[in-house]
Design a protein. Structure first.
Length: 103
């Protein structure tokens, strides 16, 4: 994770990922809230409950991956490696379920 405006980088490894899918009322976007476990002591200071929000198009294509603290935007961003971990999880575990719903 990278605090906004800081050169510090703390690379996280996500374990035991779980997703909750919610289609927005407008039908244009799909929100995927991803919860996960982290190794003890790797959560950055200043974050209470870290989750990821993956925002997708109605077809299931990823538009954005952002960190959230207790369900709200926070002053951190994911590294490219962290985004790649989350995208791989989404593509392998979540997108097939979405594709099945769209079929």
């Amino acid at each position: 994770m990278i605090p906004y405006g800081s050169p510090e980088v703390n690379e996280l490894t996500f374990e035991r990922l779980r997703a909750r899918v919610e289609r927005r009322e407008d039908g244009q976007w799909i929100d995927i809230e991803v919860r996960f476990d982290l190794a003890e002591g790797t959560l950055p200071d200043g974050i209470g409950e870290l989750t990821a929000l993956i925002i997708c198009t109605a077809r299931g294509d990823i538009v954005q991956i952002v960190p959230q603290d207790e369900g709200r935007d926070c002053e951190f961003q994911f590294t490219d490696n962290e985004k790649a971990q989350l995208a791989a999880y989404y593509e392998a575990e979540v997108k097939p379920r979405l594709d099945a719903q769209l079929a």
